[in-house]
Ligand binder design. Structure first.
Ligand code: UDP
Length: 454
């Protein structure tokens, strides 16, 4: 019912050197304080998607900081993952409601996982349960004195399906803290559980995010069928309708009328075992592309000439413009990844993309395929604009969205729960990022010591 993944420590000097020195000190001393605790992260897929991406880097980083940290991935049958994908869609605002049978499948798998944890004697001092797939687990595990159970929700909860969120919210009562990516996602009607805001982050040291020369990137995309002598634009995303792949194709078609020879790549190499809808969406997108030889769709992950991380890196580097035209987006690590590479990014004006892109400063936000096409054309014709956005994009990621900052956020939550309300002068339910107004395009994350933009 579950897998335990090995994530041995990695050298951390590279991480710490990218962090504000004050924060780096805080991270190492907080880790030293918490070294007696055992941590477990639990989620529902080993690879594919943003949460897996974060955990495969955060778990080794925590181990390197001297914190005994394990990673558990739950297993379920296809029906369970159909249901959890529906829950994901409903929480992002889809219409409908879950049937009694769907709830039963959801609870049955979680009960099986909880029983297996008990049978195997799996215990932790601090649990991080990621996303709705595993939300019921806290209520199903036997209570243990002093354990801290955190639920982290990475979903865009801007306008959730009300009946679904009403059914799920009572389960948050079994947690010691709740962590959301943006303040605007915090649902109404939560009990007294402390709530924190901690937007995701990328690992700058992985193969996906380390510097790659343009020549190498072009060679790689050429091996994937792209003409390296003509301009290319890309969206890197699972084939998921919330990522609006058909809207991206529409934007490309409009832009191509002004940029002859333009090519489009949609890179959504199927890996996430908790996303059963992607094949269907891929077929819809294939139909929408209507055999255009300059629209390159990548879905099947078998027999690739390079690793997936290298491919993502190369497509982002080789693109003139990177798009993430989502209509809902919890955060959007692909936006961060491209901005870190200094690419001009055009993002959908939604959710987590809005806290990363400040329109016209470090990228563009758009509300329609037409706007997206206009921005593509503008960027392709104005290298000086690209250079300006590119520098600002990289700076903003360095300041706010690298992994040690997120690790520090999580450890601060643990510390505050250990100290209790009033302990160590920390308020009950404080917002980690100090973003206590509505989310602004650039949130004030100054309580992390990370500079907010003026
Ligand atoms: N990704 C990947 N290969 C692909 C498409 C996506 O490795 O073909 C990665 C992408 O680089 C990013 C993650 O999957 O790290 C997606 O995270 P994001 O937050 O953008 O979206 P999610 O899939 O969690 O909705």
């Amino acid at each position: 019912m579950y897998l335990k993944l090995e994530h041995p420590p990695v050298p951390i000097d590279g991480h710490l050197s990218l962090l504000d020195p004050k924060l780096a000190d805080e991270l190492t001393s907080l880790a030293a304080d918490l070294r007696h605790l055992r941590f477990i992260h639990v989620n529902s897929t080993a690879v594919g998607g943003g949460v897996a991406e974060i955990l495969q880097s955060m778990v080794p980083l925590m181990n390197s900081l001297g914190l005994t940290t394990e990673r558990i991935v739950i297993e379920g049958n296809p029906e369970f993952f159909q249901v959890t994908k529906r829950i994901h869609n409903l929480l992002q605002g889809a219409e409908g409601s879950l049937s009694a049978q769907e709830f039963e499948s959801y609870f049955q798998t979680n009960r099986g996982v909880a029983d297996e944890f008990a049978r195997m004697g799996l215990t932790a001092d601090v649990w991080f349960f990621h996303d709705p797939q595993v939300l019921p687990l806290a209520s199903m595990l036997p209570a243990r004195n002093g354990e801290i159970r955190n639920w982290i929700c990475h979903i865009d909860l801007t306008s959730p399906n009300q009946s679904t969120i009403n059914s799920l919210l009572p389960m948050t009562e079994d947690y010691d803290s709740l962590i959301f990516s943006l303040q605007t996602y915090v649902p109404q009607g939560l009990g007294e559980i402390p709530v924190y805001i901690a937007p995701p982050a990328i690992d700058p040291l992985t193969e996906k995010n380390t510097p790659l020369g343009e020549a190498e990137a072009l060679k790689t995309v050429a091996a994937m069928g792209i003409d390296p002598d003509r301009p290319m634009i890309t969206q890197v995303s699972r084939f998921d309708l919330w990522k609006d792949p058909c809207g991206v194709i529409d934007a490309y078609r409009m832009a191509r009328q002004h940029i002859p020879g333009l090519q489009l790549a949609l890179l959504g190499l199927s890996q996430a075992t908790d996303d059963p809808e992607s094949l269907d969406v891929f077929h819809q997108v294939e139909d929408h592309a209507a055999g255009d030889p300059d629209i390159h769709l990548y879905f099947y992950a078998d027999g690739l000439p390079y690793s997936i991380d290298h491919l993502v890196n190369a497509f982002q580097v080789a693109s003139k413009v990177v798009m993430q035209k989502s209509t809902r987006e919890g955060f959007g690590l692909t936006v961060t990844e491209a901005m870190w590479k200094g690419k001009p990014v055009i993002g959908g004006n939604v959710g987590g993309i809005r806290i990363q892109i400040e329109n016209g400063v470090n990228g563009f936000l758009v509300d329609s395929p037409q706007e997206c096409a206009d921005r593509i054309v503008q960027l392709m014709r104005d290298p000086a604009l690209c250079a300006r956005l590119s520098e600002a994009a990289r700076d903003s990621v360095r300041e706010r969205f690298l992994l040690p900052r997120l690790t520090l956020d999580y450890l601060r939550v643990v510390k505050q729960r250990l100290d209790g309300p009033g302990g160590n002068g920390v308020a009950h339910g404080v917002f980690v990022n100090g973003a206590d107004g509505a989310d602004s395009p650039i949130p004030d994350v100054s309580s992390n010591g990370v500079k907010a933009k003026p």
